[in-house]
Structure formats: C-alpha cells, structure tokens
Design a protein around this ligand. Structure first.
Ligand code: THU
Length: 134
C-alpha cells in the first residue's frame, strides 16, 4: 500500500497548478474505508489563497463522506527534481482532525525507493484536536 500511495503522489505532481512558485506537490491519502484520494497544490495570483496538495486531498475525501485516514504520501519539488516535501503546519493540523496521530503514517518521498515515514504525532507533537472539544 505504501508503494501504491507513493506512486500516486508522484503522479499527482504533474497535475499541480503552481505557476508562481514552480514547486509542484502531489499527495495520495488512504481512508479507513480503503479508498484513496489524491490531491495537488493549487496556487493563485493572490498567493495566500494557495491550497496545498495535502489539503486538496483531505478536502476532496471529506467532501465525499470520509472522516478517518490512516496514511498519506507526499511528493514534491521544483521542475525536474524531487525533494522531500514536508507537510506545512496547516496541513499537519488539518490531518490531525481526521486521524489517530499515533497511528497516522506520513510518508515523504523522492522516488518509489527513496522515502521516509513518520507518524503524525512525530511531526505534530502535543497537538490540539477534536478530542479536546469538551
Ligand atoms: N505546498 C504544498 O502543496 N504542501 C505543503 O505541505 C507545503 C507547500 C505547496 C504550496 C505552494 O504551492 C508550493 O508548495 C510552494 O510553497
């Protein structure tokens, strides 16, 4: 499953709309249902409106009825190169809403064979989430 998500994340980079940064990101997100949702970054002439690849994938999935996720693979880089694309703080918090941080796997990859794997808890320790609501 890891490899499948990595392959899809790398493929999704091609769909990125990133004329301002030139940095394309692709993401593939696995829901507890077993379905995979993909995303890419979508930039805007008003730079701050940009949506990251990870959030594109989460919002697509949640809008289809999904609420729990177990793994995400992220691939990014400037044209012709691949670097480890670390999820930004906002995306880490958005993922936090819909998973168990100790179980959720976050994979950053440069190729199918060159990747690093973390839990969300490692990337967002001592986090605030929906379990704190009351
Ligand atoms: N980007 C993502 O898609 N995901 C991240 O977690 C970090 C940054 C995008 C946003 C912007 O389009 C480009 O990368 C450069 O910041």
């Amino acid at each position: 499953m890891e490899k499948e998500l990595i392959k899809l994340a790398m493929e999704m980079r091609k769909k990125a709309y990133c004329p301002y940064s030139g940095y394309s990101v692709g993401a593939a997100l696995l829901a507890e249902s077993g379905k995979i949702y993909t995303g890419c970054n979508v930039e805007n002439a008003s730079y701050g409106v940009t949506n990251c690849a990870e959030r594109t994938a989460v919002f697509k999935a949640v809008s289809e009825g999904e609420r729990r996720f177990t793994m995400i693979a992220i691939a990014g880089g400037t044209e012709g190169s691949a670097s480890f694309a670390w999820p930004c703080g906002v995306c880490r918090q958005v993922l936090r809403e819909f998973c168990d941080p100790a179980q959720m796997k976050v994979i950053v990859c440069r190729s199918e064979d060159d990747y690093k794997s973390f839990t969300l808890e490692e990337l967002l320790p001592e986090s605030f989430g929906p379990d704190f609501r009351d």
